[in-house]
Ligand binder design. Structure first.
Ligand code: PLP
Length: 296
């Protein structure tokens, strides 16, 4: 972070944003100690720290389980401390807000809050409903309260771990240790014959859907690969992952067992996984809408 501030200059860095938990790196939690150090550097350079807080409760639960000195603390307390280090946050409430839809931006800066409220009125609606039905805002309020209940979190994290352990037992390569919201398959080890520029993660996603109707997402070269417009060269991402995100309060253990069987079966058939190429892509965030074709 210090190097980035020194290289680019603080005036070119409007804010620092930390995603808790790390969604593109395998769903690993951000340590409280790490966040404290990030906040200290932000103060040093006088830049605000914002959290992408959409999985803050799961993050806090994993902090409680794994970070020295935190095992006796209430999750609610750890969440409060994480928030106390930040100047604001964004939250997609479909995650730890436990709601069907919606989200929010929170800030401690009264001037920014005023500007955001004005913008909200212009673009989405008045501040008490802000583009959402009041019913959905209430669902978010209840969800934020329920999501820090530890018996809920224990069940949630345990069922994610269960999926991870059973896939590992079946020999399927996953990122270890399992995080809170998802299991990440390692597509490079799953399909070593598919080169990164032929989208091994996409290949696994496609065949998992065809085989078992299970919808996963590639977090690899489709999402983070780069395209050089001048030379036309493609550069692969640092990792090729497939995220099996688990919706909250939806699946029973037998659903999870089905996922284990399906992924293990696909792994047995892995030699048949195909290479893919992109036939259509948007100029940014291409992974949301790109079209792929198997390479003949
Ligand atoms: C860490 C993180 N932040 C933000 C978002 C965006 O959520 P939404 O599509 O609800 O805006 C996602 C979506 O998966 C996410 O994983």
């Amino acid at each position: 972070m210090r190097r980035a501030f020194e290289e680019h200059g603080r005036e070119r860095i409007p804010l620092v944003m930390v995603t808790v938990t790390n969604n593109s790196g395998g769903g690993q939690p951000v340590a409280l100690e790490n966040l404290k150090q990030v906040a200290a550097v932000c103060h040093e350079y006088d830049r605000p720290l914002y959290l992408d807080a959409c999985r803050i409760a799961e993050n806090a639960y994993l902090v409680k389980l794994r970070e020295p000195g935190c095992s006796k603390r209430a999750v609610r307390d750890i969440v409060a401390e994480m928030c106390s280090l930040a100047d604001g946050c964004t939250m997609s409430a479909k995650k730890d807000g436990m709601a069907n839809i919606g989200g929010f931006l929170a800030t401690r800066d009264a001037e920014i809050a005023r500007q955001e409220k004005d913008l909200l009125i212009l673009t989405e609606g008045y501040t008490t409903y802000g583009g959402l039905a009041g019913r959905d805002l209430e669902a978010i309020a209840v969800g934020l309260d329920e999501v820090v209940q530890e018996e809920y979190l224990r069940y949630r994290i345990t069922s994610t771990k269960y999926l991870g352990e059973h896939l590992t037992r079946a020999g399927v390569p996953i990122l270890q240790p399992p995080g809170g919201h998802a299991i990440y398959l390692d597509a490079l080890r799953f399909a070593p014959h598919v080169e990164p520029l032929c989208f091994p993660g996409i290949s696994v996603c496609v065949d998992l859907f065809v085989l078992a109707g299970i919808r996963a997402v590639e977090i690899g070269t489709s999402m983070f690969g780069t395209h050089d417009d001048v030379t036309g060269e493609e550069h692969p991402a640092a990792r090729e992952l497939v995220r099996l995100a688990i919706p909250r309060r939806v699946y029973t253990q037998s659903h999870v067992d089905y996922v284990v069987e399906a992924v293990a079966e696909l792994y047995r058939r892995r030699k048949r996984l195909r290479r893919f190429r992109i036939v259509e892509q948007a100029p940014f965030l291409r992974h949301f809408t790109a079209c792929f074709k198997p390479v003949a």
